[in-house]
Design a protein around this ligand. Structure first.
Ligand code: ADP
Ligand code: MG
Length: 727
């Protein structure tokens, strides 16, 4: 009995929250319907729309936005048309059809006339259907691009529609264009057809589209209504309304992402208490006073302060440390680890490759010489007996710092009291991998993720919007900017001459070959051929050349690296296994073969392997003559700047956010339907500000006036991968 009353009560509350919210749910249910039920679709077309455009529901269609618009207010007269005009539309009648030519030149030609002249319409495909569905004498609107053939102007495969039907679709002055695929086009689903489907859909939901923002926000933001925006994005009444529609929809898209991220952040702050690292003790102090070989840069000092504040605050730290290659992130990581140790906690540091994990171990052991601190290394190639020992001493708490690769996140690795997790080059890890480290302690450890891949601000805000961000924007003193040049392959002899001179001066050299998964076999051949040709040009006993690549066994890699590090070999031929983190100050030349095949951020990472000592360093980009426009741009920007952030911005513009490393795993950039992270930075900032404002007054969105927002977030999280768990 009681529960019945309960349900009624709940219902009453629901309804009184307001029609808007309730209507919102109904509408949302309606839009969830299978696309096949929309008039004009049916099972066959639905199947194609599913497969080709991932349109499954009415809502998917509604949010399938046009990629361009063409002004359709102007009607040309036939006597005004010339072949250099872009798309045009004319109104007139078909005079008659004739079939011309044979075989693959066979085509259907129709004379089309208005009162000023005659033009030819031409079809090579779908001839039968055209002839059957179009009638001579009837009035049509024809739309297409004029071209010149046999000295006559004609329109090839024009869009054609009868005037009465045209006037019954939603009135628009700009025609939207939707991208389609070859398969869709072959099944006669072109942009125009999609537009008609949008028309059918919008007609049927007119007046029923509910707001996604609460009233107070709408008032503040002064956007057009959601319904108006959706109508105008598909059928713009005029340019101004189109702009307003775009502004609103972009804002909305970015706003809910930010709101989600920031709410998660609040949630985490309230739910998880952080371990309090209240003191700075013996380990930190004796390192700082006795072992630190150089003065910290101001940026390092600032970032350490930020981290210390987090660690001591009682809140849970979740911080991203960005700093260009060579800016000294490892040291900051180490000093944070020492604070954890001083407070009786263990710490771990995870790196994406064994080479890097080894290097961290060596560097840290070196830094900590003379201090009584126990450090272990755990990678894929750690032997079982060693492994068992590590597992035990982690559990007993004797092992204080664990360094390693993905091996760290295995279930069997358990700590006594893990207080701090550091993830180096975090863009190389997947979201799930990172999340696993969280669970290694009852109370989640503090997390510091580090990256040298400079992420443009807009992208960082979207990808890591729930993290605090620290930036090391200063290199240690005495570093000379790396000189970068671009050589075509023909300058190889000159390159070799230069390399000999550098070796004579006691320096070492990397030569990196691309290794792209899709062409792995060829690439390995290039690498091996390259290695042989280098050995021929730099023969023993005067010279020694090492090689390292991903197919070698870990021990072999290690030996090869050690030879090079100790200076016994002069040249290291490698794949991108040395891309991240590797730090050998005596190497002053980075030669990148087939540089046109690398992405910008990768080139920048590779270049960052040199310029780590006091000597002048060089990066030489080798390429063939055949370069795409984009590849040329990439090489140019590498030559002109050393600034990682500038490079990242250009990269984002050239490639679009979907290709930037780190976005793949999160899937986020692909899911944006209208906003563009490369172009809409300002809107993103605005969206974030507003989201912050909303959460300031209602940190977990529990107030009734924000129920619409909660509803929208729920919808969002069902549709998308849960990238909010990114740390
Ligand atoms: P990254 O930020 O790319 O990880 P690293 O931490 O590997 O950079 O540091 C690059 C090099 O600079 C290392 O050899 C490191 O010892 C050195 N280094 C770090 N901080 C300083 C500093 N304040 N002054 C001089 N050298 C430094
Ligand atoms: Mg590093």
């Amino acid at each position: 009995m009681y529960w019945k009353i309960g349900i009624i009560l709940v219902n009453v509350i629901f309804l009184t929250i307001g029609n808007k919210y309730y209507g919102c749910i109904l509408m949302s249910e309606f839009l969830k319907q299978d696309i096949k039920f929309l008039p004009g679709v049916g099972p066959k077309r639905a199947d194609l729309l599913n497969k080709e455009l991932s349109i499954f529901t009415l809502e998917d269609l509604l949010y399938y936005f046009p990629y361009k618009y063409i002004d359709r207010t102007k009607f040309y007269r036939i006597n005004e048309i010339h072949a250099t005009l872009p798309y045009i539309q004319i109104k007139g009648r078909i005079l008659g059809f004739k079939s011309i030519g044979t075989r693959n030149k066979k085509r259907l030609v129709a004379g089309f006339t208005d009162e000023t002249g005659v033009i030819e319409l031409v079809w090579f495909k779908g001839v039968k259907w055209i002839q059957e569905s179009l009638a001579t004498g009837k009035e049509y609107i024809v739309f297409g691009k004029p071209s010149l053939f046999n000295n006559k102007i004609n329109l090839i495969h024009p869009e054609i529609e009868d005037v009465i039907k045209y006037e019954s679709t939603i009135n628009a002055s700009l025609q939207a264009f939707y991208s389609t695929t070859e398969k869709l086009k072959n099944s006669y689903i072109n942009s125009r057809v999609i537009q008609k489907l949008q028309n059918n859909l919008l007609q049927s939901i007119k007046g029923k589209i509910h707001e996604s923002f609460p009233e107070y926000l709408l008032e503040q933001l002064k956007f057009i209504s959601l319904e108006e925006a959706l109508l105008n994005i598909h059928f713009p009444q005029n340019m101004e309304l189109l702009r307003k529609a775009q502004a609103r929809l972009k804002f909305e898209e970015l706003f809910f992402i930010q709101l989600n991220l920031l709410k998660q952040k609040n949630f985490r702050k309230e739910k998880f208490r952080g371990n309090i690292f209240s003191k700075v003790g013996k380990n930190f102090n004796s390192f700082y006073h006795n072992n630190l070989p150089f003065e910290l840069t101001n940026a390092q000092k600032r970032v350490l302060k930020e981290i210390r504040k987090d660690l001591g605050s009682g809140k849970h730290m979740n911080r991203l440390l960005q700093g260009d290659v060579g800016s000294g992130k490892t040291l900051v990581a180490l000093m944070s680890i020492l604070i954890a140790l001083d407070n009786g906690y263990q710490a771990c540091l995870m790196a994406p490759t064994e080479i890097l994990a080894n290097q961290h171990l060596e560097a840290i052991k070196n830094f900590l010489k003379g201090l009584d601190i126990h450090i272990g290394l755990l990678t894929g190639s750690t032997k079982q007996s060693e492994r068992n020992f590590i597992h035990e001493s982690l559990l007993s708490g004797e092992l204080q710092i664990l360094i390693g690769t993905h091996a760290l996140i295995e279930e069997t690795v358990k700590f006594k009291n893990l207080g701090l997790v550091i993830i180096d080059e975090q863009h190389k890890f997947g979201v799930a991998q990172r999340a696993k480290l969280w669970k290694k302690n009852v109370r989640p450890p503090h997390v510091l993720v580090m990256t040298a891949t400079p992420i443009p601000r807009t992208l960082a805000m979207t990808l890591y919007g729930d993290l605090e961000v620290s930036v090391i924007d200063e290199l240690p003193p005495g570093r000379k900017p790396i000189k970068t040049v671009h050589y075509y392959d023909s300058k190889r002899l000159r390159l070799f001459g230069f390399m000999r001179k550098q070796i004579e001066e006691g320096r070492q050299i990397y030569i990196v070959y691309p290794l792209i998964k899709e062409s792995e076999k060829m690439d390995y051949k290039d690498l091996e051929d390259g290695y042989e040709s280098i050995v021929r040009s730099f023969p023993p006993p005067k010279y020694a050349v090492s090689i390292v690549h991903g197919k070698m066994k870990p021990e072999e890699k290690e030996v090869s690296m050690q030879y090079f590090i100790s200076g016994r070999t002069h040249i290291m031929v490698a794949t991108t296994v040395i891309e991240v983190g590797v730090d050998i100050p005596n190497v002053t030349v980075m030669v990148i073969e087939s540089a046109e095949r690398f992405g910008l951020s990768q080139l920048h990472q590779l270049r960052g392997r040199v310029g780590r000592g006091a000597d002048q360093s060089y990066c030489i980009l080798m390429s063939s003559y055949k370069l795409t426009h984009e590849a040329k741009k990439r090489l140019e920007i590498m030559v002109t700047t050393n600034d990682g952030f500038e490079i990242a911005e250009v990269d984002l513009k050239l490639r679009g956010p979907g290709d930037i490393e780190g976005t793949q795993q999160s899937g986020i950039a692909f899911d944006l339907k209208i906003a563009n992270l490369a172009r809409d930075g300002q809107i993103l900032q605005y969206a974030r500000d507003i989201a912050e404002q909303v959460l300031e007054k209602d940190s977990l969105l529990t107030k009734p006036e924000n129920s619409i927002l909660v509803f929208q977030l729920k919808k969002l999280s069902k549709r998308r991968f849960d990238w909010s768990a990114i740390s």
